[in-house]
Design a protein around this ligand. Structure first.
Ligand code: C2E
Ligand code: MG
Ligand code: MG
Length: 789
């Protein structure tokens, strides 16, 4: 056999046409040529053809020699073509050589040369790149079809393994991923060509577990890079060497399935491995193919993720991640049906947050959302599955408590929910507080269906709201009328709360002042600042209506701050006038008096406006004292230290003990107007008034009687020794300029004390009549007078 040479074409004795094609032309055009003599069995190859077939020689007798690197499966057909035993059309074959791994060649027979009819002649082209592109395209198409139809990634992957094996000529393929909670990789799916005897290899693979970094699979998982294994039976990284050898597996390719999801997170769901019984060399196309597979799996994973999100959104309340209304209702109905069948009981807890709306209004929706999310999280922790927790909308939540036979456990859960609601929620440095009202209904006693149970729990909850909120209540039958009334009241209260917030922002609140006079001298002793709410529609809302509502939310703190600021600004405006030393009484709400920030805040206002603290008398009621005595007392002492005076309002209505009164840093008592009303006729009330006056004298407190409407009442109070009085008789509440006008009318001296007529003229000095103090409701029955100095 002639040695391979660089001479182009068949030996010299061959006809000219073949020799006419120069070697460089053949290489540039990407083909080689072969000639075969069927009589002698000799094959001649052009240099390019020899290179394609990885043949060291260009001539050989015997096809087995020159086609030695052709994949066995492709040989029979190739030989038929080579020898002219089959129709003459092109054939693609695979060649595996040491130098270039697996490649695809296209063998195209050429027509017989009439001059040399014995010789078979043809072309060889390297179509590896084309074939790979076609395979990738075919594979990609088939994979897409599989992945589109799948509902889980796992299902898709077992199909993907088959496809890759069939298209890329691997005999065995598998997918490995992390076992649940185990921290080790296991062979999740495997597949082999049906005619290959690879059961033993599959069995070994399916029992093997690898830690990340262990074996070839573990290593690929850990590094995220693909690996080739050229000889499975000797490669020390390959843990299944013995089994591979036994089953005749030789080489393979292992690559990670990775993708990056929309949020930028890199996912590595698993590792794919493919093995062949051929000694395949690293193939340049495989990284591209595995990238295509990774991308397709990524698309599928993302689609599945999106589907999961859509599914979740249909059931989950986005803000709190609890069951949404529709899903909770569906679960509740399902639970009713199930409990009915199994004869079980369960409870439904309906929870409504108190004072949530004012937080939303005052601090904004972000703050409101923070409250809802924090409370939802607390609820989830308190009622883990199988309980179901849902947000029914706004600030309404519900908990389905299965198998709730245990009364005590249910009561404990309700208490825990109340405690969880009232734990402050921190938002941008502010501690927001709410509370909860809970209504509980039970299956089957309070309802057989979801809507019935919800109605009962809702009714029980409204009763809690009605009774001052922050509590829980188990449903008991209540008339629908009462319920309707309760709802109407609640709705009215909520609307007042909203409007009040706006009123504060838009200047609908005003202060009026009512005189407090020295009964003996008729002198103006001080004024009480009383708030008025004039709505834009011309109506006014009395403080008795809106103050208790404001007290149930943090609004009262803002209102209180406004009242104090306004009252002190008004006082400051009196500087240099006859009333510059006037004392102003300001009513305080309970929640203001428990705030340790009050003294500092008040001190700052009085310093800022240069109004001495001693001109400000803070009124608080006995009731406030009783609620949190220690805290209130502490604040009272601090206020007194700064110089503010404190007056106990509506005295006689509460239950303050003598001992308590003695210990309080107060400077005056105001006899409640209910005792003044029947003073002229009722002996009992007269005795009470006398007792309060005596008490004040002993404790060295000023006593002021409220609500004096008649001269008789004033007379009796004077007889009792009551020093100061306030009431329509002495003056109705008026805006400050009008009050001043009434008092200072006709005066010139700046420092003359203002006076009102005493019940009995204190001295014969002639008094100057001042005009009556007009009000819209009723004219003042007795004109105020200003005594001349
Ligand atoms: P209060 O502190 O006991 O105020 C006295 C109330 O008696 C005032 O009612 C006043 O207009 C009314 N009054 C005065 N003289 C007479 C009279 O001769 N006969 C009758 N029947 N009533 C008289 P008003 O202004 O409606 O205030 C009611 C309550 O609202 C106040 O009772 C006080 O507790 C509260 N309030 C008023 N302004 C404020 C405020 O700025 N802040 C706070 N927290 N509460 C306020
Ligand atoms: Mg008062
Ligand atoms: Mg009062």
């Amino acid at each position: 056999m002639p040695a391979a040479s660089t001479q182009f074409g068949p030996p010299r004795h061959l006809p000219a046409p073949a020799a006419a094609c120069p070697q460089h032309l053949e290489q540039a055009a990407g083909f080689g040529q072969w000639w075969y003599d069927p009589q002698t069995g000799v094959t001649h190859l052009s240099p390019t053809a020899a290179e394609y077939l990885e043949m060291p020689t260009r001539s050989a007798s015997g096809l087995g020699v020159c086609l030695g690197h052709v994949v066995e499966d492709d040989l029979p057909e190739l030989i038929r073509l080579w020898t002219g035993a089959q129709p003459q059309h092109p054939l693609d074959i695979r060649v595996i050589g040491l130098a270039r791994g697996l490649r695809w060649l296209r063998v195209t027979p050429l027509p017989t040369d009439p001059a040399r009819p014995r010789w078979r002649h043809g072309l060889l082209q390297d179509v590896t790149a084309l074939t790979h592109a076609a395979v990738r395209e075919r594979l990609g198409y088939a994979l897409t079809e599989y992945l589109i139809g799948t509902h889980t990634l796992e299902d898709a992957i077992s199909n993907v393994i088959q496809l890759i094996c069939r298209n890329l000529g691997w005999e065995w393929g598998a997918y490995w991923n992390m076992e649940d909670g185990g921290g080790r990789l296991h062979c999740r799916h495997f597949w082999h060509q049906p005619d290959a005897r690879l059961e033993q290899f599959s069995a070994v693979s399916s029992t093997l577990k690898m830690a990340p970094g262990e074996g070839l699979v573990g290593r690929v998982w850990a590094t995220g890079s693909a690996e080739w294994v050229e000889d499975m039976s000797t490669d020390p990284r390959f843990l299944r060497r013995g089994s591979a050898q036994m089953c005749g597996l030789w080489s393979g390719y292992v690559f990670p399935v990775t993708y990056v999801s929309d949020n930028g997170e890199r996912h590595r769901p698993g590792v794919l491995e493919f093995y062949s019984s051929l000694a395949r060399q690293p193939e340049a196309q495989l990284p591209k193919v595995s990238a295509t597979i990774g991308a397709l799996i990524a698309q599928t994973a993302q689609r599945l993720e999106t589907e999961a999100v859509i599914h979740r959104l249909a059931q989950i309340d986005e803000m709190t991640e609890l069951d949404n209304r529709a899903h909770f209702y569906a679960q509740l109905n399902r639970h009713c049906a199930l409990s009915h069948r199994k004869g079980r009981r369960f409870a439904l807890m309906f929870i409504d947050l108190d004072r949530f709306k004012p937080i939303n209004d005052a601090f904004g929706h972000e703050a409101g959302n923070a409250v809802l999310q924090a409370f939802a999280q607390r609820l989830r922790e308190l009622a883990p599955p199988p309980a179901r927790v849902g947000r029914l909308g706004g600030d309404e939540f519900a908990v389905l408590v299965p198998d709730s036979g245990d009364e005590q456990a249910l009561a404990a859960l309700a208490d825990a929910v109340l405690a969880a609601a009232s734990r402050p929620i921190s938002y941008e440095g502010v501690a927001l507080t709410v509370s909860a009202s809970i209504g509980v209904s039970r299956f089957p006693e309070n309802g057989q269906t979801g809507p019935e149970l919800l109605r009962s729990a809702d009714a029980a909850m409204y009763r809690v709201k009605q009774n001052g909120r922050n509590g829980s209540n188990v449903f008991s039958t209540s008339s629908p009328d009462t319920l309707a009334q309760q709802r109407a009241k609640l709705a009215q209260r909520l609307s007042i709360e909203t409007e009040l917030h706006e009123a504060l922002q838009t200047g609908q609140l005003r202060l009026v002042y009512q005189p407090i006079v020295d009964i003996a001298t008729g002198a103006l002793h001080g004024v009480e600042a009383l708030i008025r709410w004039h709505k834009p529609d011309g109506t006014t809302v009395p403080p008795d209506v809106f103050i208790p509502i404001a007290e149930q939310s943090d609004l009262i703190v803002d209102i209180g701050r406004w009242v104090l600021g306004q009252a002190l600004r008004d006082l400051a405006s009196l500087k240099g006038s006859a009333l510059q030393k006037l004392k102003v009484h300001v009513n305080m709400a309970a929640s203001e008096f428990t705030s340790s920030a009050l003294p500092e805040m008040l001190g700052a206002i009085s310093t800022g406006l240069e109004v001495p603290a001693s001109q400000v008398v803070l009124e608080l009621t006995e009731g406030m004292l009783m609620r949190q005595p220690e805290q209130v007392r502490r604040v009272m002492h601090q206020l007194r230290e700064i110089g503010f005076e404190i007056s106990l309002d509506d005295f006689g209505m509460g239950h303050s003990s003598l001992a308590m009164l003695k210990s309080l840093p107060i400077s005056s008592l105001k006899i409640d107007r209910s005792f003044v009303r029947d003073l002229a006729t009722g002996e009992r009330d007269r005795a009470i008034a006398q007792t309060i006056v005596d008490l004040g004298r002993h404790l060295q407190l000023e006593v002021i009687a409220e609500g004096i409407e008649s001269a008789d009442q004033l007379e009796v109070l004077g007889q009792c020794g009551c020093a100061f009085g306030q009431g329509y008789l002495l003056g109705r509440p008026l805006p400050l300029p009008r009050l001043i006008e009434s008092f200072l009318d006709g005066r010139s001296a700046a420092d003359t004390p203002a006076r009102v007529p005493a019940w009995k003229p204190p001295c014969p000095a002639p008094a100057v009549a001042v005009p009556p103090m007009p009000t819209a409701a009723a004219p003042c029955t007795r004109p105020l007078r200003l005594a001349r100095a």
